[in-house]
Structure formats: structure tokens, C-alpha cells
Design a binder for this molecule. Structure first.
Ligand code: ADP
Length: 318
């Protein structure tokens, strides 16, 4: 399948800050791309350039073969956008709001407009709230109204900014299910800071930091890589920890050993990091038995995807 959205060498500067620095990626129908990064990483600026709200200083956005620069109307017509938060015009009823947004999208012919609204309303299950002012709806319904306006013109590409932010777990579940359903026929980009969301719905994840892509991977791959960053926690009597530390550090494949606070003040907790090829737990067991040391606790821990995220955005892994 050809790419529905291609972003090439996108760059945007604000005065001295390079908010987006040479960012390239593409998304196919069926893909849900998670766009991650700490605050200030450049996610919103990238999204604004993709949706045509902001002109890039360099690079190009192409939607269904149409350049946002040379064919902005055609390119924009193929994109649906769910901005962060709730839809504006809170005093409008849902039906009036959707009618207004259809009009804005150039869907003016009565029959076409009715069909577009009906399709979006039934997809987002908004039938029960059609005549209610948007301000009176729950957050979950408000978000669904936002989704409905984003898909009114049946776009092939959907850009969703923090789609489940501020929703309760049930509402989050519903919205994620909707995104999964829509992914069958659309290319979707989600900006989020919720890693669990990436694992739940994304087929790919890009992590942006200081305007640059620092990781382009699948959530499964991220999980595997995180798991490779494992460590063993050992609790030994404080007096013995001095003996253990130099021995451990001499072993090939042990990267570092950290001291941690143990609940029991007579104990020292050591956190031992090993390279991925090292049989870490076996190695630690052997050292303990060679030195006739008694551990009150010994357990393996693997890093989580959160740790991966911190590693690539902060350069640390703890
Ligand atoms: P994110 O969405 O990942 O939090 P943004 O794209 O909002 O990041 O911001 C990227 C960088 O650009 C930040 O350093 C931010 O302060 C800066 N920035 C964003 N918008 C503007 C603006 N209108 N004027 C000046 N600097 C901006």
C-alpha cells in the first residue's frame, strides 16, 4: 500500500529555537503512528505543519500525493484533525455544530451534508445527544463530537492530538477502540505522552526530542529493547556489600552497580546492570556462592517502555 502521508525533511525555527529539525516519516493506511516526546519536543509544531496551519521553513508534507505547499486545498481535504481538548462553540448543539463544521469543510449540498453528518454521528454513537449543547456533555462525549467533526469529510489521514487526555478509563477504552476501528481504512497519527496508549493502539512509534527523531520503532520492539535493559536487585548484609561490589565490577559484562536504600537498615540493596548477553542472574548467584554470601533477596527486573523513553529523551536509564 502506498503512503497516505509523507513528511520529508521538515524543519521549523522560531527565532533562535529550532522547534522541528529535519523530521521525516511516512504513514500508510492501516498504520497508527504514535508521536511521542517530552514537552517542547516539537510535536505540536510538526502537527501544525502536517495539517497546513503552519508553513515549514524547509521540507514538505504530502497527503495522498498532494503537496501541502503546492496543493493546500486538496491536501487539507484529505486530512481530519482532532485538536487537543474539546471542540469550540460549547453553546451549539451537537447537530448544529456538525452542520456548521460540514459547511466549513465545503459540504454544502443538503443531501451530501445530511449523509456526512449521519455517517459521523453513527460512527461516534452520538444519536442520544444530538440536540444537547456541547457544553453540557461529558468529556467522553465531547471528545466523540471532536472525532465526528474530524471525520465528516471522510479523510484518509487522521491527525489526533492527545485523543484520550483527561478521559476516565472507560472513556479512554472507548476512544481507543474507535481509533483501532478507524485504522482499518485510514492512516492515523496520534500525538500523546501516554506510553500505555502507544502500546495499546499504535503500530509504530516515533519519539521526538529537541525537534529531532531519536527513535522510530514499533511498540513491540521498544518493549523488547526495554526488556534487554535488565538488572538484578540483591539484598545482602551491609557489612558484606563492600566485599561484593569490587568482585562484581571485575566481571566482564557487568555495566554498573548502584546502591539503593533497603527497607531493612542492616541490609544493603545493590542494583546490578548487565549487558544483554550476560546470564546476569546466574552470574550474581555464582558470585554470592563463591564468596559464601547470603542474600536475603535476589530478583531480576526488566526496564519498562517508560525507561526506554527516558533513555532516548534524557540520555539516562535508571
Ligand atoms: P511539544 O508539542 O512537543 O510540546 P512544541 O512544538 O509546542 O512542542 O514546541 C517546540 C519548541 O518550539 C519549544 O521549545 C517551544 O517553546 C517552541 N515554540 C512553540 N511555538 C512557538 C512560538 N509560537 N513561538 C516561539 N517558540 C515556540
Amino acid at each position: 500500500m502506498t503512503d497516505a502521508l509523507t513528511v520529508s525533511d521538515l524543519t521549523k525555527k522560531y527565532d533562535t529555537i529550532t522547534a522541528v529539525n529535519d523530521v521525516s516519516f511516512s504513514v500508510k493506511v492501516g498504520d497508527v503512528l504514535g508521536f511521542l516526546g517530552p514537552n517542547g519536543a516539537g510535536k505540536s509544531t510538526t502537527m501544525k505543519m502536517i495539517t497546513g496551519f503552519l508553513q515549514p521553513d524547509a521540507g514538505e508534507v504530502v497527503v495522498l500525493g498532494k503537496s501541502m505547499h503546492t496543493h493546500p486545498l486538496l491536501a487539507k481535504a484529505a486530512i481530519g484533525y482532532l485538536p487537543e481538548g474539546s471542540p469550540l462553540y460549547g453553546d451549539m448543539t451537537v447537530i448544529n455544530f456538525l452542520g456548521f463544521m460540514a459547511q466549513m469543510r465545503g459540504i454544502t449540498e443538503i443531501k451530501k451534508k445530511g449523509a456526512a453528518i449521519n455517517r459521523a454521528v453513527s460512527r461516534m454513537q452520538l444519536q442520544s445527544v444530538l440536540r444537547q449543547p456541547i457544553d453540557t456533555l461529558s468529556k467522553g462525549f465531547k471528545r466523540r463530537v471532536g472525532f465526528a467533526q474530524a471525520i465528516l469529510h471522510n479523510p484518509k489521514v487522521l491527525i489526533l492530538d492527545e485523543p484520550t487526555d483527561g478521559l476516565d478509563p472507560n472513556q479512554k477504552h472507548q476512544i481507543r477502540q474507535l481509533i483501532r476501528d478507524m485504522a482499518k481504512e485510514k492512516a492515523i497519527v496520534i500525538s500523546t505522552h501516554i506510553l500505555e496508549e502507544v502500546e495499546a493502539i499504535c503500530t509504530r512509534a516515533i519519539i521526538l526530542n529537541q525537534g529531532k527523531i531519536v527513535l522510530d520503532s514499533t511498540p513491540q520492539q521498544m518493549q523488547l529493547e526495554a526488556q534487554e535493559q535488565r538488572h538484578v536487585i540483591v539484598h545482602v548484609p551491609r557489612a558484606q556489600s563492600d566485599k561484593l561490589l569490587p568482585t562484581l565490577l571485575k566481571i566482564n559484562g557487568i555495566i554498573k552497580v548502584e546502591f539503593q536504600q533497603a527497607d531493612d537498615p542492616t541490609q544493603a540493596a545493590l542494583r546490578i546492570h548487565g549487558e544483554k548477553d550476560l546470564a546476569l542472574l546466574d552470574t550474581v548467584h555464582k558470585v554470592l556462592s563463591d564468596h559464601q554470601l547470603q542474600a536475603s533477596q535476589i530478583r531480576m527486573e526488566t526496564a519498562r517502555v517508560e525507561d526506554m523513553f527516558r533513555k532516548v529523551t534524557l540520555g539516562t536509564m535508571n
